[in-house]
Design a protein around this ligand. Structure first.
Ligand code: PEP
Length: 253
């Protein structure tokens, strides 16, 4: 069975004290992970040492970065490379979140470079895709998302693509309280899997975890995650509340 993943995206939130309290509360909350399940915490880079130390020894629990630079090192003031994250034990990096695409003008081509950088050091890209509201209203979300995947990922080999985790996040559902219905999520997740199947074959496509993101919370996680092509979630707002995120972990298949 492919991996089922609950990934927290803290974004640019919390002071160090608040981050520590949240992790302590989460560790004190009832949650469990079976062998095929993972919990991943994409924390602000400055809190990576704190989170790593808090979560040390926890099985199937990982600390992630929210972004990285495409180059390995050099004169890129303020940036952090994938290999730097790996050197402090971080092996999962979120790439192409819609906020980065929108506010930092990250293009499909740039994201292809970042994906390469992450895979080059044997880390896992959590690659985000998803359409804005106008595209959903026009009914062209499948071709929109397909282009994002093709442009940033289709240069990868079959072996490489199985190392990528996909997060489908309709922009109209991020932080808005509007969630895609479980049928809408299943429909586009199945389509995304079919896109990979046509490029890499069905058995490779079946190995790729596809997470849903967009106002996932304790109250809707079970229903969304129960869909056959939904392999967990990338969670923003609700990941900042320990009881919410613990319930989301417990909702994994
Ligand atoms: C996200 O930031 O990736 C996200 C899905 O946010 P939220 O859960 O708050 O909609």
């Amino acid at each position: 069975m492919r991996k089922q993943i609950a990934a927290a995206n803290w974004k640019m939130n919390l002071s160090q004290n608040e981050a520590e309290t949240l992790l302590d509360q989460l560790l004190a909350t009832e949650h469990s992970l079976s062998a095929n399940q993972e919990a991943i915490f994409a924390v602000p880079a400055i809190y990576i040492p704190l989170a790593t130390q808090k979560l040390v020894g926890k099985t199937n629990v990982y600390v992630a970065a929210q972004n990285c630079h495409q180059k390995d090192n050099g004169a890129y003031t303020g940036e952090i490379s994938a290999s730097m994250f790996a050197s402090v034990g971080v092996k999962h990096i979120v790439l192409g979140h819609s906020e980065r695409r929108e506010y930092f003008a990250e293009s499909d081509a740039l994201l292809a470079e970042k994906v390469n950088a992450v895979l080059a050091i044997a880390s896992t890209p959590i690659f985000c895709c998803g359409e804005p509201l106008a595209i959903r209203e026009a009914g062209t979300q499948n071709t929109f998302v397909e282009a994002q995947l093709k442009n940033s990922l289709f240069h990868l080999t079959a072996e490489q693509i199985t190392k990528v985790v996909i997060a489908y996040e309709p922009i109209w559902a991020i932080g808005t309280g509007k969630t895609a219905s479980s049928e809408q999520a299943q429909e586009i997740h199945a389509y995304i899997r079919s896109v990979f199947a046509s490029q890499y074959g069905q058995s490779i496509a079946n190995q790729i975890s596809i997470l849903y993101g967009g106002s996932v919370k304790a109250a809707n996680a079970k229903e969304i995650f129960s869909q056959p092509d939904v392999d967990g979630g990338l969670v923003g707002g609700a990941s900042l509340v320990a009881t919410e995120f613990a319930a989301i972990i417990n909702a994994l298949k």
